[in-house]
Design a protein around this ligand. Structure first.
Ligand code: HEC
Length: 208
């Protein structure tokens, strides 16, 4: 064997050894500080909240409240928008799961719960706490799926146009034997603040 190669390999191994020692040592140092991990969790939570319901303030400004949008939405026009989804989703009652799960009765359906569909870890995490696809979650998710549900397997860029998204959500609502009541703009303001309320089961009877 060429001695230069040997030297090169030796040098490489030496470097790897040093790097490993350093990384093991630094891990040891950081491990002793428990907050290292928590710091991560907090960062992630903040990221999620940015697209989530908590940040009703500045970060949230981009997404118009769904109740306002739905007030002037046209489900008929939304049916055409749904064509974009049909590459991956069926919308019929008892329809098959395709690339994505069947979307019949999606409004107020528990997140990540369609029978026979294998959801991503990201979607399963998002589902925690018994979340359902209420109008608000759908609005945020369909605006920017990957931003709202980190790690989702849904390969869809999102519908940025408010009217298009609203029409689509109005159409999704019709994919049910019992379409969910439309949210009233005033009720939404109240429901959006405490996430628990927003995530509760079907937003019961509208305020008016
Ligand atoms: C390229 C394929 C693709 C397209 C296009 C697509 N989706 Fe999806 N969708 C998926 C996949 C895959 C999942 C499962 C995501 C996961 O497990 O993270 C999903 C999940 C969902 C969910 C959550 C369902 C549940 O049971 O929790 C909803 C709601 C949804 N999609 C709506 C839509 C709508 C509305 C459109 C059209 C605007 C659309 N999707 C377009 C692939 C797609």
């Amino acid at each position: 064997m060429n001695p230069y190669v040997n030297m090169g390999v030796g040098a490489l191994l030496g470097t790897v050894f040093v790097l490993m020692s350093v990384s093991i040592a630094s891990e040891g140092i950081f491990h002793s500080e428990a907050p290292e991990k928590e710091g991560f969790a907090i960062v992630a939570a903040e990221g999620a909240a940015e697209g989530g319901e908590e940040a009703a303030g500045a970060g949230e400004a981009a997404v118009t409240p769904i109740a306002t949008l739905l007030a002037s939405a046209d489900a008929g026009a939304g049916e055409a928008v749904f064509k974009k989804c049909q590459a991956c989703h069926s919308g019929e009652k008892g329809g098959p799961n395709k690339v994505g799960p069947d979307l019949w009765d999606i409004v107020n359906r528990p997140v990540g719960a369609h029978e026979g569909f294998s959801y991503s870890a990201g979607m399963k995490t998002f589902a925690e706490g018994g979340k359902v696809w209420d109008f608000d979650h759908l609005n945020h998710f369909l605006m920017a799926p990957k931003k709202y549900v980190a790690g989702t397997a849904m390969g869809f860029a999102g519908l940025k146009k408010d009217d298009e998204r609203a029409n689509l959500i109005a159409y999704l609502r019709t994919l049910s034997d019992n379409p969910a009541p439309l949210p009233s703009p005033s009720a939404e303001g109240a429901a959006a603040t405490p996430p628990a309320a927003a995530e509760g089961a079907a937003p019961a009877a509208p305020a008016q």
